[in-house]
Design a protein around this ligand. Structure first.
Ligand SMILES: Nc1ncnc2c1ncn2[C@@H]1O[C@H](COP(=O)(O)OP(=O)(O)OP(=O)(O)O)[C@@H](O)[C@H]1O
Length: 470
């Protein structure tokens, strides 16, 4: 055996001397980890090759595996034992995919092997791997299959996210849409900016408005616009702050973390008592009585949540959007929504004329209708219906647009007789400094649409300052 080993090593040295190539293996799991930690480079190579094949018809390989995701997208994978050529800085390289079955096991060991010219390996390797990772990142950004996760114990359970809502289907004033999509795009490309000012790369949105005003649809539109996964965090199922931390640490970058009905999810006993005592006129209070009576012991606390949104733990991932929703902004502790935590305050109100026209266009294919004028007068007179209510009527009558419009009109008239939906602000939208006492310059965006012919920041507002931020 000694002679055999010697012959083997002689053969290897001779082969190494004669071959003009160097080979680098990229295993699926980190070689030196006992816990089978995923090797991020493997994922990058996999995405890169997928992107390479999709982008270039000249990137021929002998054989590819094809798969289709639940959302209908095709993915290419290099079939085991096959290679895909590439070029970088004028040099020819190639990747080969290996899949070995482990002895006495059903498990497979996967890896990619990179072949590059030996003489240039030092100059090529690191720049090429950087190029692979950044291309994979870009490919992932626009082609990833989104997932929706919810917490179950200390783990997340996820399903493919196929919500069809988008900023095209959402009935919002066009100017407001532009403002919001600009904000989101600016955020998603601001990695270097956040780093340069020493801030965690995250952005907070507070969405508030009555049930059916489109908060969930808005979140889905954001996820589809940015191609971010959604983590729907059910705070009432989290037993304490350390469980919250464990969950948040498992969330991936490029994601939206949603906490719905934030006012009902936290045990902010003192605060809620104060509010409830003050607002006896809130007959439709959304506050969960058990939260009020409970002393909050052993549960997620406000400081536990703040530690994640703003404290040291806020940096445990990057490119995150945190969204809180509530039906009653008044019940949310100001500490939770101060700037830096919740950067944008978006009010989704009752349906205004702009939103109504968009709904009629989307649901009924109507560009104009004789009843629009009367409907606008109804809205001005205090008629208040949510987009959800109107959408439902239009959906039901989609075969007969006239009947749909008549039903919507009757419902608006009925809501006036009943004294409106109690959301008079919903008949217009504007972007102003928060008029409800937040003099710190955070934005309140009020939507619905009657006056929606432009964004008119109040004098002294921070429209320009915020614009400068990017
Ligand atoms: N602005 C809108 N444009 C288009 N459709 C809308 C809009 N707002 C609501 N809808 C429709 O109304 C329905 C309910 O909306 P959604 O669930 O987003 O409201 P919500 O504010 O999240 O309600 P809740 O507070 O009860 O969760 C959805 O089917 C959605 O398609």
């Amino acid at each position: 055996t000694q002679l055999l080993t010697l012959l083997h090593s002689l053969y290897d040295s001779l082969h190494d001397l004669l071959t003009p190539f160097s080979y680098y293996d990229v295993p699926e799991f980190n070689a030196y980890s006992s816990n089978l930690d995923p090797n991020h480079l493997y994922r990058h190579v996999s995405l890169y090759l997928n992107g390479l094949h999709s982008a270039s018809s000249s990137a021929h390989s002998q054989r590819l595996s094809l798969s289709r995701s639940p959302s209908g997208r095709l993915a290419f994978t290099l079939a085991p034992g096959h290679s895909l050529p590439d070029s970088f800085l004028g040099h020819r390289l190639s990747w080969t995919h290996h899949v070995d079955t482990l002895q006495d096991s059903l498990e497979e060991k996967r890896s990619f092997t990179l072949k590059l010219p030996k003489r240039h390996r030092h100059a090529l390797l690191l720049p090429y791997l950087r190029h692979v990772s950044s291309s994979a990142d870009a490919f992932d950004r626009h082609s990833r299959h989104l997932r929706l996760s919810t917490n179950s114990g200390t783990a997340w359970v996820s399903v493919p996210f196929n919500h069809p809502s988008s900023f095209n289907t959402l009935a919002l004033d066009p100017h407001l849409k532009r403002r919001l999509t600009h904000d989101l795009s600016a955020f998603s490309t601001a990695k270097d900016y956040y780093r340069s000012v020493g801030r965690a790369w995250k952005r907070g949105y507070l969405l508030y408005g009555p049930p059916g005003s489109g908060k969930s649809s808005f979140i889905a539109a954001m996820a589809n616009f940015l191609n971010y996964d959604v983590y729907d965090l059910e705070l009432t199922k989290v037993s304490d702050n350390s469980e919250l931390r464990a969950l948040l640490m498992q969330t991936t970058n490029r994601s939206i973390i949603v906490i719905e009905d934030i006012d009902c999810s936290l045990h902010l006993t003192t605060f809620i008592h104060r509010r409830v005592n003050r607002s006896t006129n809130h007959s439709k209070s959304n506050v969960n009585k058990s939260n009020i009576d409970n002393d909050g012991g052993g549960r997620v606390t406000l400081s536990g949540l703040l530690n994640f949104t703003d404290g040291l733990w806020s940096c445990c991932g990057e490119e995150r959007i945190i969204v809180f929703t509530t039906n009653h902004k008044d019940y949310v502790d100001p500490a939770l929504v101060r700037p830096g935590r919740m950067d944008m305050h978006v009010r989704l109100g009752m349906c205004g004329a702009h939103a109504l026209k968009e709904l009629a266009r989307n649901y009924l294919g109507l560009e104009d209708h004789p009843l629009f004028h009367t409907l606008e007068s109804c809205i001005r007179a205090g008629g208040a219906l949510t987009p959800a209510e109107i959408g439902e009527m239009m959906l039901k009558n989609r075969g007969d647009p006239n009947a749909a419009m008549k039903e919507v009109l009757a419902a608006f008239q009925g809501s006036i007789v009943k004294g409106g939906g109690g959301d008079k602000e919903g008949s217009y939208w504007s972007m102003v400094d928060d008029a409800e006492g937040m003099t710190d310059g955070s934005w309140i965006v009020v939507i619905a649409g009657e006056l929606g012919d432009g964004v008119v920041p109040r004098e002294g507002s921070r429209e320009e300052e915020e614009g400068e931020e990017w």
